[in-house]
Design a protein around this ligand. Structure first.
Ligand code: PLP
Length: 390
């Protein structure tokens, strides 16, 4: 299908950019696994590391259309997409302003690698336009945000940050993984570069590791020049899997939005739950910003059990909701940030970020919401009964 015509989200998911099977007229894209193609001229050298195999090109078109961007690149992981994008726009002596509440891998990249390359960085604790503005220096080249953030689902005002950056001639990057293109299209709000861990919602079945970057042709090309040197491209088999997964992106995420909102409301009034963090709740401090910039509030939420209830025991008693380190699959999963994603932080640092020991991060799946509620209810009942027999 032609990307110029205006077509709806689910139609882009199912059709746009597919590789036509001219030979056998099959219904789905054929998979080209070749790493070697005949020479067709110096500017058309097909090679997987150049992001231009038939399947790669097709998927890039689809992903660019989903985020309403001019161009896209797909990578071997979310971190390959993030690191390549950052290094494409930052050189020795440059400065970057980043939100404090970042995906752990991104924070590690900045903290462990940037000094070696002479790149200066500042974190913003107060996620307002003023908070970011205060950190800008004459050498600032990039502002980097992530919203909703992990695990408390704080929301950064995308449009405000984009405006601030434009006034200062600074490139903006956003990690849009938690929202997915279904719920948030930052390019429409003025952001330059949108990044996804496609391992999460784009893949959606907990069986693909991939990343994606969406930007203008010009910015994509700048990222490509570094990407071909870093070599983080995605193998065509996984490209094909990802194309297949994205066909259901719209319907999966809409179901996850619905389930998460329902569960957040239910947990919020539950007698055994102390706190719920979900941008779709009116009680969430950033609800108004979320309402302004998101089409749906996403499938991620966090909650705390009432004092005296053990979050670890609770997790172990869940039967349907799986304990899992990752997120965004069709199946519901849960984890303790204190024991996993934020385990490397000190208790003080976690406390500063508002992460309580009993906090649980819940990636809501596509199951029937009643079954998820029943599972939570039975686990709560189990941990309230004193264990007598041994
Ligand atoms: C998982 C994740 C990443 C990293 O992606 P990988 O595919 O694991 O490299 C980056 N950002 C966010 C928000 C994530 O959840």
């Amino acid at each position: 299908m032609d990307s110029k015509k205006k077509i709806g989200f689910n139609t882009i998911c199912t059709h746009l950019g597919e590789v036509k099977d001219e030979q056998f007229k099959g219904a789905v894209s054929p998979l080209y696994m070749s790493t070697s193609y005949a020479f067709e001229g110096v500017d058309k050298k097909r090679y997987p590391r150049y992001f231009n195999t038939p399947n790669q090109e097709a998927l890039c078109k689809k992903i660019a259309a989903l985020e309403k961007g001019g161009s896209a690149l797909i990578f071997g992981s979310g971190m390959a997409a993030i690191s390549t994008s950052l290094f494409a726009f930052l050189q020795k002596g440059d400065h970057i302003v980043l939100q404090r509440t970042l995906y752990g891998g991104t924070a590690n990249l900045v903290n462990e690698e940037f000094d070696k390359h002479g790149i200066d960085f500042s974190y913003v604790d107060e996620q307002t336009s003023k908070g970011f503005e205060d950190k800008i220096k004459p050498t600032t080249k990039v502002i980097y945000i992530e919203t909703p953030s992990n695990p408390l689902m704080t929301i950064t005002d995308i449009e405000q940050i984009a405006t601030l950056a434009k006034q200062n001639n600074i490139i903006t990057m956003i990690d849009n993984t938690f929202a997915s293109p279904v719920n948030q299209n930052p390019i429409e709000l003025g952001i330059d570069i949108v990044i996804h861990s496609a391992t999460k919602y784009l893949g959606g079945h907990s069986d693909i590791l991939a990343g994606a970057v969406i930007a203008s042709e010009k910015n994509s090309n700048q990222i490509f020049q570094v990407a071909k040197n870093f070599g983080g491209s995605l193998s065509d088999f996984t490209v094909w899997m990802l194309e297949r997964s994205i066909k259901t992106l719209g319907i999966r995420v809409k179901q996850q939005n619905k389930n998460a909102l329902k569960l957040a409301k239910w947990l919020n009034t539950h007698k055994d739950i102390a706190m719920v963090y979900y941008p779709g709740l009116k009680s969430h401090p950033d609800h108004e910003i979320a309402k302004k910039q998101m089409k749906g509030y996403g499938g991620m939420l966090s909650f705390e059990l009432k004092e005296g209830l053990d979050a670890n025991m609770f997790q172990k008693e869940l039967k349907l909701i799986k304990s899992s380190m990752s997120l965004a699959g069709v199946e519901s999963t849960i984890l303790s940030p204190t024991l996993t994603s934020h385990a490397l932080l000190s208790e003080e640092e976690r406390d500063l970020q508002g992460i309580k020991p009993g906090l649980l991060r819940f990636s809501v799946g596509i199951e029937e919401k009643e079954d998820l509620m029943n599972d939570i209810e039975q686990a709560l009942e189990k941990i309230k009964i004193p264990e007598l027999e041994h």
